[in-house]
Design a protein. Structure first.
Length: 119
């Protein structure tokens, strides 16, 4: 039996996007010494808006659109990954994920409380 609410679906999509952001950041960090590598990213806010529209429409999650990050300074080898920037992005993604887990935990507790309200 699966118990899902609109909020739990929204938070699940939020967690998926947070995890995707962390994976992109990890890939960027792993390629910090790869000549010619360009940092990749995603527009979290735009992806989240689309994810909410998908939940409203009852559609499955769409693939995350990944793009090159513009405006970064390239080193002489053509690589533009900044470990400072990526570390900040990773910390942000971790905070987003922890927030999503806490929200999901609260939602499931609310559902469990509703189930056990008669007892």
């Amino acid at each position: 039996m699966e118990i899902a609410t609109r909020l739990s679906e929204e938070v699940a999509r939020y967690l998926d996007l947070s995890a995707a952001q962390a994976k992109l950041t990890a890939a960027n960090m792993a390629n910090v010494d790869t000549p010619g590598y360009k940092a990749m990213g995603m527009d979290f806010e735009a992806e989240m808006q689309e994810a909410m529209a998908d939940v409203d429409a009852g559609s499955p999650a769409h693939p995350v659109r990944v793009r090159r990050v513009d405006g970064l300074i390239s080193r002489p080898d053509g690589n533009n990954v900044s470990m400072d920037r990526e570390s900040l992005n990773l910390a942000e993604a971790q905070l987003e994920f922890k927030t999503g887990v806490a929200l999901l935990k609260q939602e499931y507790q609310r559902v469990m409380d509703a189930i056990h309200a008669d007892k």
